[in-house]
Design a protein around this ligand. Structure first.
Ligand code: CAA
Ligand code: NAD
Length: 302
């Protein structure tokens, strides 16, 4: 028991420095919850412009959290926002930023080639104890990990959008993820305020295996003209108690991300009807209508 206890507290303190790669929708949220929990964060993106945008959105979202947490004490709230922001450094060189990391969480574009290139580079420079995790929505953790030597220190940490609000974290065990790595990821997830569930490395893990086909069926329903977008969304909100309708959710997740997920699964499982490409989704993405993040998808946003 004593050994278990000491190894678990050692694990908890094992993650002090987190490097988050990709400062988009997800990476900025992951950086935020890590900083809120007192960790030192380095947020990496390809340009200073992208990083400035990420920091701005983190500031706004921290203020929303502070307003709730410190509603009777705005001064404390302001301190919370400033202290959390102060724990986030930014960088454009992922390799350099991984040298001081205990944990690297990758949240870049959903493309296996791009993820491989990144992890291969990091594997050569990050300290040997550093754990690598991917926030992939739909790719195989084993496939992503295939390019690194530290396969025992590689796993999935799948967050949900918006990260500061959604309470779930899927912790994905690849076939070579060690028990120690898995336990450290579970402890870390808890320390950033999430309820963790354990998933095998199967397509979409739990949530997306159910949610993505549901969203796709809603797009097909709309494409066939069976109901208007608004009515489909109202139906699922009022008839099934979902906080957002499926088309609103598709816009919120990003239509490009939806398409990357579907394309990847279609390539892998060409006979599965549910994963067949959707012409309307292809069209919107080709037109740059990616949802909330570009101001238009199924709906228009200010
Ligand atoms: N940061 C911090 N706080 C936020 C926030 C953010 N980014 N977004 C919303 N909030 C807070 C608001 O401040 C608000 O707080 P109060 O209740 O204290 O006022 C609360 O969350 C609710 O927000 P709103 O009033 O603005 O709007 P809402 O009630 O419609 O809730 C929502 C917004 C939480 C996003 C809700 O609509 C929802 O749960 N939608 C479904 C989201 C979902 O399904 N996510 C999973 C997507 S799939 C995925 O992520 C996996 C993948 O791999 C693709
Ligand atoms: P996004 O497009 O909002 O952000 C991606 C960011 O990564 C961009 O800022 C981009 O400049 C940056 N980037 C791309 N290549 C990079 C590189 N080589 N080095 C550093 N930065 C790089 O995408 P997102 O929605 O945040 O998704 C990121 C990952 O999280 C994807 O794997 C996605 O499948 C997954 N995910 C998305 C959601 C969602 O709802 N959108 C939910 C859970 C998981």
């Amino acid at each position: 028991i004593v050994r278990n206890f000491s190894s678990s507290s050692a694990m908890q303190s094992a993650i002090k420095n987190v490097t988050v790669i990709g400062g988009g929708l997800m990476g900025s949220g992951i950086a935020q919850v890590s900083a809120q929990a007192g960790q030192n964060v380095t947020l990496v993106d390809v340009s200073n412009d992208a990083l400035a945008k990420a920091k701005k959105s983190i500031g706004t979202n921290l203020s929303r959290v502070a307003k709730k947490m410190y509603k009777d004490n705005p001064q404390e709230g302001e301190k919370f926002v400033n202290d959390s922001l102060g724990r986030i450094n930014t960088a454009t060189d992922a390799a350099e930023a991984s040298k001081s990391a205990d944990l690297v969480v990758e949240a870049i574009v959903e493309n296996i080639g791009v993820k491989h290139k990144l992890f291969k580079q990091l594997d050569g420079v990050a300290p040997s104890h550093t754990i690598f995790a991917s926030n992939t929505s739909s790719l195989s953790i084993n496939e992503i990990a295939s390019v690194v030597k530290r396969k025992d220190k590689f796993g999935g940490l799948h967050f949900f959008n918006p990260v500061p609000v959604m309470r779930l974290l899927e912790v994905v065990k690849g076939s070579e993820t060690s028990e120690a790595t898995y336990k450290t990821m579970m402890e870390w997830g808890k320390s950033v305020g999430k309820t963790c569930i354990t998933c095998k490395d199967t397509p979409g893990f739990v949530v997306n295996r159910l949610l993505v086909p549901y969203i796709c069926e809603a797009i097909r329903l709309y494409e066939r003209g069976d109901a208007s977008a608004r009515d489909i969304d109202i139906a699922m909100k009022l008839g099934a108690g979902y906080p957002m309708g499926p088309l609103e959710l598709a816009d919120y997740v990003g239509l490009d991300t939806n398409k990357f997920i579907l394309d990847g699964w279609h390539k892998k499982f060409p006979d599965q009807q549910l994963f067949k490409p959707i012409p309307l989704l292809e069209k919107l993405v080709a037109e740059g209508k990616l949802g909330v993040k570009t101001g238009e998808g199924f709906y228009k946003y200010e």
